[in-house]
Design a protein around this ligand. Sequence first.
Ligand code: CO
Length: 135
Amino acid sequence: MKIISIEHIGIAVKSLENDAPFWKHVLNISHRGTKILEREGVTTGIYDTGRGKVELLESLGDDSPIAKFLEKHGPGVHHICFEVENIYDAITELLDAGVDVIYKEPKVGAEGYLVTFIHPKSTGGVLVELVQNPD
Ligand code: CO
C-alpha cells in the first residue's frame, strides 16, 4: 500500500471549550472548523498545521465511543490517521496479511473521505485510521 502522509492525529478531550485554546492560542495552529457528527457521537475540532492536522474529539453523549475511550484511558491520543493512495488496495493487502480491519468496506466520512480503521490489537496498541481523499 502507498501511505501518502500522516493526515491527522485524533486526541480525545473531556471538553473542547477547556482544551482547544492550547492548540489554538498557545501552539497557534489554525482552526479549520468544528463539526458535530451525530452518527459518531462526537464533536470534532480540526486544527491544521499545513502539514498534518490535529483532530480534537469531544463526546456528544455518555455512551459514545469517545466517552468509552475516556472512561477507560482518560484524555489523550485516540488514533493516528494516514492518508493512503487507494484504500481498497490497502484493505485487501491488510486482510491478506491477517490484520484486523474494522470496516472491510470503507465508509464515507467527513468531506467525502473514504475511511476505515485498523484495530489496535494489530498495530501495537494504537487505533489507526486510513483515509483516501475523494479528489
Ligand atoms: Co480521525
